[in-house]
Design a protein around this ligand. Structure first.
Ligand code: CA
Length: 524
C-alpha cells in the first residue's frame, strides 16, 4: 500500500501510524489520512456572477456554501485567459511559454509532460477526470476519465470513453457530468485510497443554453448596465480593435436565440447544430419559450442604445439560467460528500478556467489581461487541520493549483513547476515573502474576437501591459484609483518611477519563466 511506506509516515495520524505498524485492520485505520481532492472547474464563469463575490446580479447558494464554510480568494488570477491554455497551465503548474500550449487554434497538449495528476497517481491517489477537457490530446495520468469532445454540447452530448469509443447520452450536460462524478465516487473508486476527482463543466461557456426546466427564470429581472458599458476605448487601441462587443458582435441567433426561419446570421449554422441535438420534448419546450420573445423583438425593431441594453439583458438572463443548473449540481456534489462523511477529509475547490466580461467595457468573452478576465473565482472548503477562514488576499495564480494539491498529498513539488503551494495560506499564515506580482501572456491572435497578443505584470496596485505583434502599445493602470481600467496612464508625467519598477519586475519574471519570445519583444 502506498500510504504505509516510510516516506508517507508524516501524513499518518498517530493512531493510524501505530495501527499500520501493528498490522491492525479495523475500519478506522483503513481510512486514508491524506485528504481527497474534489476539483470543480467551470468554463467562463466569473466572480461577478457568484453571490459570494458579488450580490448585484444572481444568487448562487451552493457555491456560497463552499465560501461560507471555507475560504474565498480575492486576488486569484490566471496566466493566460483562454480555455485550453489555462487548463495546460493548471495541469503542468507552468506558464504557457513552458507548457507550449499557447492557444486553442494551433496547439495540441503534449501529454508526455509532467502533470500534477500523474504525480498524485504515482503517490497512491486514485485520479479521475470527467467533463470538458479541450486540450486536443486525450487525458493522461488518470485511473478513470470520460470527457466531451472539444467544447461539448449542452444537450444530449457525446462523451469520449477510455476505450476510445464515443457515446451519446440523453440529458443536460451539467447534470450528466455530475451524475458521472457521483457514480465514480460511489461505485468505481477504491475507498481505501485517497482520491483526486476533476469535475470539469462546459457551463458557463457560450452560447449559454439553459436546461429547459430553467428557461422561465430571471425573465422579470432587469440587470443594471455596468458603468463602463458604453466605453469609448480612448487611449486603448487594442481594446477598441477587439470584436467582443455585446452591442455589435453578439450574434442575434447563436448567442441570443432570436431564431426565425427567414432570418440569417453569421453563426446561425452553429445554432442549428446545437438545437438540432435536442429531442422532441426539449425542442418543443425551447421553441415555446424563445419564439414569442423573437417575434416581439423583431416587431419592436429596437435601435442604438435601446438595442444594446436589450441584448445585454438577454445575455445576462441566459447566463443566469444556465448558472442555476451549475449551482444546483455543485450542491449535489457537496451533499454527496457530506452524506458519506467525506467532507472533513476532502479539499473541495471551485474555480473557473478564467473570468468573463458581463458587459464591462461593453464586452462579453475574456482573453484580456484586464481585471474581469485575468481574475478567476477561487473558493475552497478545507479539510480538517487547515484553519484559514474567510478571505485570503494574497496574489495567487492558476499555476499554483498543482503545487498545492501535491503539497497537500505530501508529494514534493517538482522544481520545474512555476507555481507555488498555497498550503501556508490555507493554514491561515501570511508569509512576509509572498509574491508581490504576477506574470501574464496571451497569444491567440489573429483569431476569434481579435484580441491582440499581450503580456504584462500585475502587482497589488499597478498593472503594466504590452500589446505587441502587429501593434506596439504599452498600458499602465492604477487599480486603486481606476479599478475599471478606463484610464491608461502609461507615459504620463509622474508615472516614470512606477513604470520603471514594473518594467524591471516584468523582465525579471520573463527571465525567471524563460519566456524568450516575450523577452525578444521587450525594449532594452
Ligand atoms: Ca473558458
Amino acid at each position: 500500500m502506498a500510504f504505509t511506506t516510510s516516506h508517507m509516515l508524516p501524513w499518518l495520524t498517530g493512531a493510524t501510524a501505530l495501527a499500520s505498524l501493528t498490522g491492525c485492520t479495523t475500519k478506522q485505520v483503513q481510512q486514508p489520512v491524506r485528504p481527497n481532492i474534489v476539483y470543480i472547474m467551470t468554463d467562463d464563469h466569473t466572480a461577478q456572477m457568484m453571490s459570494c463575490y458579488d450580490r448585484r446580479y444572481v444568487s448562487t447558494p451552493n457555491l456560497d456554501r463552499i465560501a461560507a464554510d471555507g475560504v474565498r480568494f480575492t486576488q486569484s488570477f490566471v496566466a493566460n485567459s483562454l480555455s485550453g491554455p489555462s487548463r495546460a497551465c493548471i495541469l503542468t503548474g507552468k506558464h504557457s511559454c513552458a507548457n507550449r500550449f499557447f492557444d486553442n487554434t494551433t496547439c495540441v497538449f503534449d501529454t508526455t509532460q509532467l502533470t500534477y495528476p500523474k504525480l498524485l497517481r504515482k503517490a497512491g491517489y486514485q485520479t479521475a477526470a470527467i467533463g470538458k477537457w479541450h486540450l486536443e490530446s486525450l487525458p493522461s495520468g488518470f485511473d478513470f476519465w470520460k470527457i466531451v469532445p472539444g467544447q461539448g454540447d449542452y444537450y444530449n452530448p457525446s462523451f469520449i470513453l477510455q476505450t476510445g469509443d464515443t457515446v451519446r447520452q440523453e440529458g443536460y450536460l451539467t447534470n450528466l457530468i455530475t451524475d458521472e462524478a457521483i457514480d465514480w465516487m460511489e461505485h468505481r473508486r477504491n475507498p481505501d485510497q485517497p482520491f483526486c476527482l476533476l469535475i470539469h463543466h462546459k457551463a458557463q461557456h457560450r452560447n449559454w443554453m439553459a436546461d429547459t426546466c430553467h428557461l422561465a427564470l430571471y425573465e422579470d429581472q432587469e440587470f443594471p448596465l455596468p458603468e463602463n458599458f458604453f466605453d469609448d476605448y480612448e487611449g486603448r487601441p487594442a481594446a477598441e480593435a477587439a470584436e467582443m462587443r455585446i452591442a455589435r458582435d453578439m450574434d442575434l441567433i447563436y448567442d441570443l436565440k432570436m431564431y426565425q426561419e427567414n432570418r440569417q446570421s453569421r453563426l446561425r449554422p452553429n445554432y442549428e447544430a446545437f438545437v438540432g441535438r435536442m429531442n422532441k420534448e426539449q425542442r418543443a419546450a425551447w421553441d415555446a419559450f424563445y419564439r414569442p420573445i423573437a417575434e416581439e423583438f423583431y416587431r419592436s425593431n429596437l435601435q442604438g442604445k435601446e438595442l444594446a441594453q436589450w441584448k445585454f439583458n438577454r445575455y445576462m438572463r441566459d447566463y443566469a439560467k444556465t448558472l442555476r443548473s451549475l449551482d444546483e449540481n455543485v450542491g449535489r456534489v457537496l451533499d454527496y460528500l457530506e452524506e458519506h462523511n467525506l467532507l472533513d477529509n476532502t479539499l473541495v475547490v471551485y474555480t473557473s478556467d478564467q473570468g468573463f466580461y458581463m458587459g464591462e467595457h461593453g464586452w462579453f468573452d475574456k482573453r484580456f489581461m484586464y481585471e474581469e478576465s485575468m481574475h478567476t473565482p477561487l473558493i475552497m472548503r478545507l479539510p480538517k487541520g487547515y484553519e484559514a477562514k474567510g478571505d485570503i488576499n494574497e496574489l495567487v495564480q492558476n499555476i499554483d493549483f498543482g503545487p498545492t494539491f501535491l503539497d497537500l498529498a505530501g508529494v514534493q513539488v517538482p522544481e520545474e513547476m512555476h507555481g507555488v503551494s498555497l498550503l501556508p495560506l490555507l493554514r491561515g499564515e501570511h508569509p512576509k515573502d509572498w509574491r508581490k506580482a504576477l506574470y501574464y501572456h496571451f497569444y491567440e491572435y489573429p483569431a476569434e474576437h481579435m484580441v491582440k497578443r499581450h503580456y504584462g505584470v500585475r502587482g497589488q496596485r499597478y498593472k503594466l501591459i504590452h500589446f505587441y505583434n502587429d501593434i506596439d502599445v504599452w498600458e499602465l493602470y492604477d487599480l486603486q484609483e481606476d479599478p475599471t481600467e478606463m484610464h491608461n496612464i502609461y507615459g504620463q508625467p509622474g508615472t516614470e518611477e512606477i513604470t520603471a519598477a514594473l518594467m524591471k519586475e516584468l523582465k525579471r519574471l520573463q527571465r525567471q519563466y524563460n519566456d524568450t519570445e516575450a523577452l525578444a519583444t521587450m525594449p532594452e
